[in-house]
Design a binder for this molecule. Sequence first.
Ligand code: ME8
Length: 505
Amino acid sequence: MGERFFLTTAIDYVNGSPHLGHAYEKTLADALARYQRLCGRSVFFLSGVDEHGQKVQQSARALGLEPQDFCDRQSALFRSLWERLDISFDRFVRTTDPLHKEAVRSFLQNLKDRDLLRFEEHEGFYSLRQEQFVTEKDRVEGRWPEIFGEVVPMREPNYFFLLSRFGDRIRSEIESRPDWIIPEFRRNELLAALQRPLQELCISRPRSRLAWGIPLPFDEQYVTYVWFDALLNYVSFAENGDGQSWWPADLQIIGKDILVPAHGVYWPAILCALGLPLPRRLLVHGWWLNRGAKMSKSTGNAIDPLPYLERYGSEALRYFLLREMTLGNDADFSDEKLLRRYQSDLVNDLGNFAHRSLSMIARYREGRVPGWIDSQAGQAEKELASAFDEVAYRSAFDQGDTSTGLSVAWAFIGQANRYVDQAAPWRAARSPDSKERLDAILAALAETLRRIAVSIEPALPRSSRKLLLQLGISERPLLSGASFAPPRESYPVGVPEPLFPRIEG
Ligand code: ME8
């Protein structure tokens, strides 16, 4: 077993259906998990759904369903979408899992035993949408920000986690880790937020008001605050079939709306309180927008990935999401952009190169790639051999930057297509004196196709596998095998079949 890599995603609320924003995050995590496997690491990829809380209870009621039945139905919806998108998680979290409920209860008991919880009456304001107490300080120009939805006055005795005790500690932990958050400007935002004194965190909700949650182990009249429950999934599910915890995570992927305070303040404080290490890194992505507005369940402008999956297939949707979003920023989704990427990058660049290469091998050498002879390589083959910038590719994927990583792979594909045009194997095929030249070109093409298949694996796992199988390779690819090393013996390849059918606009 090689080095280990543990990565997690946010767990999605099941009160609505999965939308394109959720699909992006899971695809991003999947591409990075596949990249780590490509580097030879042993990967544990954890993802799942967040099933408790008021919003879930309300949505279930609105449909006349029991919350558990509603969660079963919704979770299946998320899972089946991730299967269609080839999301290769190793474990799927459901916070209603008895294992998780027991773990949360024991964490709470631990905090209680160590006097890190206080029971007191709290009088203030409560955001119904965020399911949390808010304070006067949260008002912007006298008004409650829209993200809070309806805010009502509330007076209620509750349990509070003594968050303020951990402010200095988490500030210094984060200050000492310059690359703890990607991108860096998010780290600055978090450090700015940590300059203010921390309020204690209310971690309970009275059962009389909210029945759908994990009961506190020491007071059954209360259930656990949904965020406290949800964050703990990362440690309660951190076991990957080997009986050991993989915590701390190497990478936690989340959207920008849940950095401050959830993953940047509450989560490190909870970990410190439990004596557990912080995650090694957080990757904070931006939002997919629909005509400039964040898509979300509550505003009803969410884009359903299904029709796009049906029209373009999972590979195209994955590629588009990974390529089009600049890491950390927001991006506007549009049908035209997706169609453009599909036609130019997938049909014309990748599909075309694969098809031309395999067709020429079929036509000129009856489907056998000629064995490679070093002395036959000319300048053009040497340039092609060094055309894949593996260092740039690795450094982009190591930073979670799939867009740059894929642009490196596509620069290589572009070079491969130019090589075909310049080497013009059809000309060599017409001249009986050029047999050796044609052999060298065809062997270089097959080898280039193999390297391309390796480099696209994180984003396009199906196409990668199809191409490798056509080249007679069934083993799992490794990035260490992406350098130019064409076989010296001749070998047979499969019949070319189009990877990406043309779609009319
Ligand atoms: O926040 N574009 O769940 P959630 C990109 N259950 N990403 C988006 C997005 C968009 N338009 N909309 C949402 C929750 N996301 C909690 C998480 S983790 C312990 C608990 C991202 O269903 C969002 O940023 O509202 C988050 O990372 C994830 O989808 C789940 O959002």
